[in-house]
Design a protein around this ligand. Structure first.
Ligand code: FMN
Length: 199
């Protein structure tokens, strides 16, 4: 059986989605996948990032994490996306990365990829489900195979019961054990589904 190749692609200003992505990457590795942990490029002006201590510090802390590219998208069999909520949608940084993928999409190279998504928001009901759905709409246009957690494990209920994808309230550092268990379940489910598709 081939080893699934998984790209965990995230955007994080303050660290929440970085922790979520690291948790997912570790769980995917433990489930037998080859994993690339990748951040998307920062698009906010440097002076805006520098003006906020938490944002600046997080950017410095994660400067060694490679930036996601279209080549990574072609390499991977499966993707785990993680990004914060902005007014009920994904961050513009994540959308900007997605907008670079037009040529791959046109060549049909995003079709049949296995994909799932996670998010965070400041408020417990601040738009997590809609953010994940906006990503899933895009994945449908790719012809990707969307894997949701549904209610397939107790961990989903324990962390708030979002069947679309793991979603956490921003700012927990470190992430709570229940959120970590839920994210790990989603990552394992993605890897196990990918194994069925790649044979
Ligand atoms: C421009 C902007 C819009 C936001 N909109 C919402 C929102 O509608 N609802 C909400 O709960 N949080 C909102 N947030 C908070 C972010 O979701 C939160 O900062 C993010 O989840 C933190 O993730 P990170 O630590 O990975 O950057 C917003 C933040 C910004 C900067």
């Amino acid at each position: 059986m081939s080893q699934p190749k998984v790209a965990v692609i995230y955007y994080s200003s303050y660290g929440t989605n970085h922790q979520m992505a690291e948790t997912a990457a570790e769980a995917a590795r433990n489930a037998g996948a080859e994993v690339r942990l990748l951040k998307v490029r920062e698009t906010a002006p440097k002076e805006v990032v520098e003006a906020q201590e938490a944002w600046r510090e997080h950017a410095q802390k994660t400067e060694d994490i490679p930036v996601a590219s279209p080549d990574d998208m072609e390499w991977a069999d499966a993707y785990i996306f993680s990004t914060g909520t902005r007014y009920g949608g994904a961050t513009s940084q994540m959308r900007a990365f997605i907008d670079t993928l037009g040529p791959l999409w046109m060549e049909g190279k995003l079709a049949d990829k296995v994909v799932t998504a996670m998010t965070s928001a400041q408020n417990p009901h601040g738009g997590q489900e809609s953010t994940i759905l906006t990503l899933y709409y895009t994945f449908m246009h790719w012809g990707a195979i969307i894997v949701t957690p549904g209610y397939t494990d107790d961990a989903v209920f324990a962390s708030g019961g979002n069947p679309y994808g793991a979603s956490v309230t921003a700012g927990g550092d470190p992430l709570g054990d229940e959120d970590k268990a839920n994210i790990s379940h989603q990552a394992r489910r993605l890897v196990e589904t990918t194994k069925k598709f790649i044979g």
